[in-house]
Design a binder for this molecule. Structure first.
Ligand code: MYA
Length: 442
């Protein structure tokens, strides 16, 4: 069955669903969402009724709010409407004179090094505090300097400490993006890298960083944002799950990233995860400048079938998808006319392995945006695994969004214990499934 036939069939089937079936599906979806919300990072429990001193004051739906589809009074759209003259002109007050706001200039290597160090020492860890993301400086330049970026959206807090006159202790970033949710394409801000020095945790610096970046973004006439987090906040529009494909099972087991399966020896495990040395798909090669227009068109067309996705112009596409050594890799297959028909990309995000005698770094590749039109999904992504293995990655990670389920099981990905919740700021919309989601935030 071709993809087009499959789609037509599905549409007809959906149209035939009786009201009762649809209600049952809705109830099922709601139950799944509630179960996922209760589960926090796989371990901690979340009660949707718990108060959130900060988030309860922000234009986001409450955790206990009904899904828009089940709410007869609910409208898709902004939760709060402001005009520029209502935006506060002065920065928010910081706790004491020892603190000050700054905009971080990522073109300045010294400031970039400060950001790198703050994140290297304090950014996201797994639940068991064994691994911590280690974003490279080249990665940070890529992530923070897309077309139209504004230095003022890279917000820092500096503090005078006994050791240092001015230490970066808090950080949050926004970058501009056009994002489509449902029927609406909007200029938004993608928020990332919220981080607070470990010694200042639990002191409500995060709400100040979020309010300050909101103020600075609002001053440019932008009122919506998207972000992801491992924690459950009011209120996710979807909850995705990470899947992991071992490429170096021995190391992954040695560092406790994964475990030897029952009745499997290390030799059998290595064999199970072995991949070919060379790619298999004829003509697959790194993307070049000439591919940009047709690859951009292919990706935008593919993304448009989802409920949440970025919309790229050529400059943005070039920025986000063009290969950068050690940061992002992208590959294409073209037809006889030189038009890109299939596309594959992954980015490099290592994690520090904390407290291990032999290893200090886990080399992880993350699936980014992929499109398969002339080859099967598993064939395309198998080449992704081979290309990642050639580059010495230990593991290839993918979320269960877009069409990733088409290859996740076939290619022996295993579910991780972390969830990634997706959020929109100041935009009420219906909840969506991971398979309706096509936004990858770094
Ligand atoms: S996700 C990555 C987040 N970073 C980390 O996990 C790094 C390690 N952790 C830390 O550095 C700290 O624990 C952080 C919190 C800084 C996260 N997103 O200051 P506090 C709420 C949003 O006492 P701390 C990413 O970067 C928490 O529910 N809120 O807490 C996307 C509580 O509020 P409430 C969070 O632990 C970020 C309050 O903060 C998060 O010292 C998207 C407690 O503050 C979180 N990840 O510091 C940000 N974690 O009482 C939103 C905790 O109400 C952007 N909290 O429950 C919104 C859009 C803004 C732009 C809008 C433009 C239009």
């Amino acid at each position: 069955m071709s993809g087009a036939e499959g789609e037509a069939n599905t549409t007809a089937q959906v149209a035939e669903l009786s009201g009762a079936q649809r209600a049952m599906q809705e109830a099922e979806k709601k139950k799944e969402m509630e179960a996922l919300i209760r589960k926090r990072g796989g371990k901690k429990q979340v009660n949707p009724e718990d108060p959130h001193a900060f988030w309860d004051t922000m234009p986001v739906p409450k955790l206990s709010a009904p899904d828009l589809e089940a709410d007869p009074d609910g409208d898709v759209g902004p939760m709060e409407e402001k005009t520029l003259d209502q935006v506060r002109q002065e920065p928010y007050d910081l706790p004491s004179v020892d603190f000050e706001w700054c905009s971080m200039d990522v073109t300045d290597d010294a400031q970039l090094a400060e950001i790198y160090t703050l994140l290297f020492e304090n950014y996201v860890e797994d639940d068991d505090n064994m691994f911590r993301f280690d974003y490279s400086t080249n990665f940070l330049r890529w992530a923070l300097m897309p077309p139209g970026y504004l230095p003022e959206w890279h917000v820092g807090v500096r503090m005078t400490t006994k050791k240092k006159k001015s230490k970066l202790v808090g950080f949050i970033t926004g970058v501009p993006a056009n994002v489509q949710t449902g029927e609406s394409i909007m200029p938004m801000c993608e928020i990332n890298f919220l981080c607070c020095w470990k010694k200042l945790r639990g002191k409500r610096l995060a709400p100040l960083l979020i309010k300050e970046v909101t103020r600075r973004v609002n001053l440019t006439g932008i009122w919506q944002a998207c972000y992801t987090a491992g924690v459950v906040l009011p209120k996710p529009i979807t909850v995705c799950r990470y899947y992991h494909r071992s490429l170096n099972p021995k190391k992954l087991i040695d560092v406790d990233f994964s475990r030897l399966a029952p009745r499997m020896t290390m030799k059998m495990t290595k064999k199970l995860y072995e991949v070919d040395k060379q790619t298999r798909l004829p003509g697959i090669r790194p993307m070049t400048e000439e591919d940009v227009p047709s690859a951009c068109e292919l990706l935008n067309k593919y993304l448009s079938k989802f409920q949440l996705h970025p919309v790229f112009d050529h400059d943005e596409f070039r920025h986000w998808l063009f290969p950068r050594e050690g940061v992002i890799q992208s590959f294409v297959i073209c037809n006889a006319e030189g038009v890109v028909t299939d596309f594959l990309s992954f980015y490099a995000l290592p994690s520090t392995i904390m407290n291990h005698p032999n290893y200090t770094s886990l080399n992880a590749a993350y699936s980014y945006y992929n499109v398969a039109t002339t080859v099967e999904w598993d064939a395309l992504m198998m080449d992704g695994l081979i290309l990642a293995k050639q580059r010495d990655f230990d593991v290839f990670n993918a979320l269960d969004l877009m069409d990733n389920k088409e290859f996740i099981e076939k290619l022996k990905f295993k579910p991780g214990d972390g969830n990634l919740q997706y959020y929109l700021f100041n935009w009420r919309t219906k909840e969506i499934t991971p398979q309706e989601t096509a936004l990858v935030l770094l």
